[in-house]
Ligand binder design. Structure first.
Ligand code: NAD
Length: 301
């Protein structure tokens, strides 16, 4: 297998975090303030705990302040909204992330929309969603932002290319579509009600599976030379071992694709890097300093 077919998200995300650290230290010097990222975790969901631990660790590594709030599973919506309100007003907090999923008795949309748009480093607030779809500067959801950075490293302008996204969630599928449109791709969004999915995927120059079904996308769905950006992270048992696989059958798709992201080590690490990138960018705004262009931060990675 030739190594350069693989898009190494782990290596690229490490480089991005180094850039963030260097831009961040300049920002701290200029402003005299340290960017703070508050992460709110409700309950004991094991996957969420791992994500939060990871986010905290990486936040500290780039020299930002990490503020963690762990709340019991049975916390009331009112109390959670009260905490967000406090963080909105806290000058030491530039980014607020409420880890999803939230327990069923809490209205997630209400909580996400209570975060100040300028502190919404997940990019889920309706104001940021609207700005993204209007082509305005906004905080962009981290996973699709990470995918778009990987794609830009291959090709900045996707004019004439057909991108097929599988999944229409607010977190991945829909914002991914907005970003790909912004890169001039022709975009199809497929989902659980789409008829003859393989036939649509076969037309794609770029395939972005974001479904949550292990190895759903088969090799014979992939057009020769297509780029596969696999967002899926699925834990399965194989040969008595617990392993992570994507939504694409990696070995099969590898043979057909020109470039492909592995799971793990593809899109996953880009998500955290982009969370820190969003925290850096919004800190410039909140510290009244001119924000550098994203392309200058990511130049020659
Ligand atoms: P979701 O459950 O919110 O959305 C899944 C989407 O897949 C839905 O829009 C649904 O219509 C579609 N779908 C379901 N079954 C389908 C089928 N048979 N055919 C076509 N479409 C179908 O999930 P999500 O939050 O968007 O996450 C999707 C995947 O991405 C999951 O595996 C998740 O773990 C992973 N994920 C990874 C990262 C990362 O950092 N790499 C971040 C977020 C999510």
């Amino acid at each position: 297998m030739s190594e350069n077919k693989i898009i190494d998200g782990k290596e690229i995300s490490e480089k991005i975090r180094k850039r963030i650290k260097s831009f961040g230290s300049e920002l701290i010097e200029k402003s005299g303030k340290v960017p703070g990222l508050a992460v709110v975790l409700v309950g004991e969901n094991p996957a969420s705990r791992v994500y939060v631990r990871n986010k905290t660790e990486k936040t500290k590594e780039v020299g930002f302040q990490s503020i963690e709030h762990k709340l019991n599973e049975d916390v009331s919506e009112e109390k959670l909204l009260g905490l967000v309100e406090k963080l909105n007003k806290d000058d030491n907090v530039q980014g607020i992330l409420v880890q999803l999923p939230l327990p069923k008795h809490i209205n997630s949309d209400k909580v996400l929309d209570s975060i100040l748009p300028v502190k919404d480093v997940d990019g889920f607030h309706a104001v940021n969603v609207g700005k993204l779809w209007s082509g305005l500067n906004s905080l962009v959801p981290c996973t699709p932002l990470g995918c778009s950075i990987l794609l830009k490293m291959i090709n900045d302008d996707l004019s004439g290319q057909h991108a097929v996204i599988i999944g229409r969630s607010n977190i991945v599928g829909k914002p991914m579509a907005a970003l790909l449109l912004g890169m001039n791709a022709t975009v199809s969004i497929c989902h659980s009600r789409t008829k003859d999915l393989p036939a649509i995927v076969r037309q794609a120059d770029i395939v972005v599976p974001a479904v949550g079904i292990p190895e759903m996308v088969k090799g014979d769905w992939i057009r020769e030379g297509a780029v596969v950006i696999d967002v899926g992270i699925n834990r399965i048992e194989r040969d008595g071992k617990n392993i992570l696989v994507g939504d694409a059958n990696y070995n099969e798709c590898y043979d057909k694709a020109s470039r492909i992201t592995p799971v793990p080590g593809g899109v996953g690490p880009m998500t955290i890097a982009c969370l820190l990138l969003n925290t850096l960018l919004t800190s410039y705004t909140q510290f009244d300093l001119e924000m550098p262009d994203l392309s200058s931060i990511l130049k020659d990675l």
